[in-house]
Design a binder for this molecule. Structure first.
Ligand SMILES: Cc1cc2nc3c(=O)[nH]c(=O)nc-3n(C[C@H](O)[C@H](O)[C@H](O)COP(=O)(O)O)c2cc1C
Length: 212
């Protein structure tokens, strides 16, 4: 019987960066919800969850995002396009809301997390606004990994993408008004039978594990 870990490795071999999706194939709500739940469960530094995940299924919006992705067709053809965005408003007030929400949820007296609150503010205030966004983007890439693994286990195809114009994405999706900016993109769907990339054998270096 296949063990869970064997299953994971089998599915990580099954997945590949899908260049051509079947535009008529839509993924089920059940699979989509599993992938979105994996995104939501992603851990982040201090638990700040400095992100939002925009799920685009509207064809007209996907077409515009495709144009803003240097014409990469997988964006228009995918069943759904997930845009992993990070917050631009992680400031002292955000941290105060964050720790008070945690205190309330755990039934702790107000101020219990004061030291934690101060530590987080120390981190964010030691960085410029741009450095904070870069830090949050690192967290978004963890979410990208969780989502790709969830897709693989659900047999949903995906293509991680950095090849897009973030400011155009932000305009198309109205992200600035939401204090968000696009970090990385994941079109998901079902591979086209025509996708030549599906035939390419998985290729990985064998010298990347260093044991001491
Ligand atoms: C962060 C990231 C960004 C990527 N950006 C693109 C992209 O814009 N367009 C594309 O076709 N593939 C993109 N790729 C796919 C990689 O080329 C692909 O994952 C890599 O060659 C390994 O192949 P595999 O995913 O099929 O195993 C990206 C992958 C990652 C992880």
């Amino acid at each position: 019987m296949a063990t869970m870990s064997n299953n994971l490795i089998t599915q990580l071999n099954w997945r590949y960066a899908t260049k051509a999706f079947d535009p008529s194939a839509k993924i089920s709500d059940q699979k989509l919800n599993t992938i979105l739940e994996a995104l939501r469960l992603t851990p982040s530094s201090y638990g700040l969850e400095p992100w939002a995940f925009i799920v685009v299924k509207d064809q007209e919006i996907k077409n515009r995002l495709m144009t803003a992705s240097y014409g990469q067709m997988q964006v228009a053809q995918a069943s759904h396009v997930i845009v992993l965005a990070v917050r631009t408003d992680v400031n002292d007030q955000f941290v105060d809301n964050f720790t008070s929400t945690k205190e309330q949820a755990a039934g702790m007296p107000a101020g219990t997390l004061a030291a934690y609150n101060g530590m987080i503010k120390g981190s964010i205030n030691s960085l410029t606004a741009e450095q904070n966004i870069q830090w949050h983007k690192k967290q978004a890439y963890i979410a990208l990994g969780f989502a790709m693994a969830a897709c693989a286990l659900e047999e949903v195809d995906s293509c991680p993408m950095e090849g897009f114009d973030a400011s155009q994405f932000d305009d198309i999706l109205g992200l600035k008004e939401l204090n968000l900016t696009s970090a990385v993109v994941l079109p998901i769907g079902i591979r086209s039978a025509e996708d030549k990339m599906a035939m390419v054998p998985k290729s990985r270096r064998t010298d990347v594990i260093i044991t001491k």
